[in-house]
Design a binder for this molecule. Structure first.
Ligand code: NAP
Length: 305
C-alpha cells in the first residue's frame, strides 16, 4: 500500500509532492487529463514571489515537477476514475481498470475551463471556439476575435491575443469588469481592444469555421450579429470533482469542502489548490495549500502508526 497518492500535477500537486518526497514518504503523483494544470495554459505569471521579471506558467510548473522528481517523486500519466474507502486506506481505480491502494490521498485535481453550454459552441470547438489563447492565439493572425468574460483571465487572454489579431472585442454580461485594476488598465490602454457591455453570446455561427456570433443585449433583449473569426471563452472554471460526488462533501458549486488544515470529511483524504478554493485561486495559494496538505499527511501517518 502506498503512503500517499497525489492526484493532479498542477502547482498544488507538485508542491505536495516536493514536501512529501522530502519527508521520505515516496509519493506517487497521477497526472489526470490536464497534466501540469492551469499554469500550462497561461503565459506571464507576474505575481509568483521569487521571479522579479515574471515567469512563464508552463516553465514554472515544469520546474516544480523537476524539483519533485529530484527528491524521488514517482510520476504516472493516467486518469483516476473511481475512489473508495478500504481497510486501512483507500483504493483508486485507473482508467484501464488497474487499482492502487494508499493510506492517504491529496486531491489537487484543480479546476477546468467553464463553457457556455450552447449547442453551437460544441459544433465549433476547435474550429474557432477555444478556452486557451496561449494554445490557439497564433491561429488568429490578422483576424478579428472576441473574448467572453470580465475577470482577470479575460483581460489576460485579450491582451495576449492582440499580438496576433487585428481586433479583440471583450464581450461582458455586465457593465463593469470583475478584473483587478492593473489588468483592467492594461486592457484599457491597448488600442486593439474594444468592449461590448451587458451582452451575452446567444449563438455561434459559421460554415466550417466560426464567422460570427449572435449577441443578446441583456438590457434591451435585442439580438444582433457580430462578425468574428474566433471566440475565446474566459468565463471562469469548474472544479474537477466528478469522481468524488456522493463520496466526499462538496459545496453547492461542486468544490471540495475542507477545513483550515486541508482535511476533507474522510480521514486521510486531504485537498489542496483550486479544487477546494472558492476565494483566492492564485498559483501561490495553490502551492501553499499543497504544502499544508503534505504536512498534514505526514502528521496523519505518524499518528496512524
Ligand atoms: P472569474 O474571476 O470568476 O471571472 C469570470 C468572468 O466570467 C466574470 O466576469 C463572469 O461574469 C463571467 N462569466 C461567468 N460565467 C459566465 C457565463 N455563463 N456567461 C458569460 N460570462 C460569464 O474567473 P477568472 O477570470 O478565470 O479568474 C479566476 C481567478 O484567477 C481570479 O481570482 C483571478 O484574479 C485569478 N487570475 C489572476 C490573473 C492575474 O493576476 N494575472 C490572471 C488570471 C486569473 P460576472 O463578472 O458577471 O460574474
Amino acid at each position: 500500500m502506498e503512503n500517499v497518492i497525489i492526484l493532479g500535477t498542477g502547482i498544488s500537486g507538485c508542491t505536495a509532492a516536493i514536501y512529501t518526497a522530502r519527508a521520505n514518504l515516496n509519493p506517487l503523483i497521477i497526472s489526470g487529463s490536464e497534466d501540469g494544470g492551469q499554469l500550462t495554459l497561461t503565459t506571464d505569471v507576474e505575481n509568483f514571489p521569487g521571479f522579479p521579471n515574471g515567469v512563464q506558467g508552463p516553465e514554472l510548473v515544469q520546474m516544480a515537477k523537476k524539483q519533485a522528481e529530484r527528491f524521488g517523486t514517482r510520476f504516472m500519466v493516467d486518469i483516476v476514475t473511481d475512489f473508495n474507502p478500504i481497510e486501512g486506506g483507500y483504493e483508486l481505480t485507473l482508467m484501464g481498470g488497474d487499482k492502487l491502494q494508499t493510506k492517504t490521498i491529496i486531491i489537487s485535481t484543480g479546476a477546468s475551463a467553464r463553457w457556455l453550454g450552447l449547442p453551437s459552441e460544441e459544433k465549433f470547438k476547435g474550429r474557432g471556439v477555444t478556452t486557451c489563447a496561449t494554445c490557439d492565439g497564433a491561429f488568429f493572425k490578422d483576424k478579428e476575435v472576441i473574448v467572453i468574460g470580465g475577470g482577470d483571465s479575460a483581460m489576460e487572454e485579450a491582451i495576449f491575443l492582440t499580438k496576433f489579431a487585428t481586433k479583440v472585442t471583450l464581450i461582458h454580461r455586465r457593465s463593469e469588469l470583475r478584473a483587478s485594476k492593473i489588468m483592467r488598465d492594461r486592457a484599457k490602454n491597448n488600442s486593439k481592444i474594444g468592449y461590448v457591455w451587458n451582452s451575452e453570446v446567444a449563438e455561434i455561427f459559421g460554415d466550417k469555421l466560426v464567422s460570427g456570433v449572435k449577441l443578446k443585449n441583456l438590457e434591451t433583449g435585442e439580438i444582433s450579429d457580430f462578425k468574428c473569426d474566433g471566440v475565446f471563452l474566459a468565463i471562469g472554471h469548474v472544479p474537477n470533482t466528478t469522481i468524488f460526488q456522493g463520496k466526499l462533501d462538496l459545496d453547492n458549486h461542486g468544490y471540495l469542502k475542507t477545513d483550515r488544515f486541508t482535511n476533507t470529511n474522510l480521514p486521510g483524504v486531504f485537498a489542496a489548490g483550486d479544487v477546494q478554493d472558492t476565494r483566492y485561486r492564485q498559483a501561490i495559494t495553490a502551492a501553499g495549500s499543497g504544502c499544508q496538505a503534505a504536512i498534514e499527511v505526514e502528521k496523519y501517518l505518524v499518528e496512524l502508526e
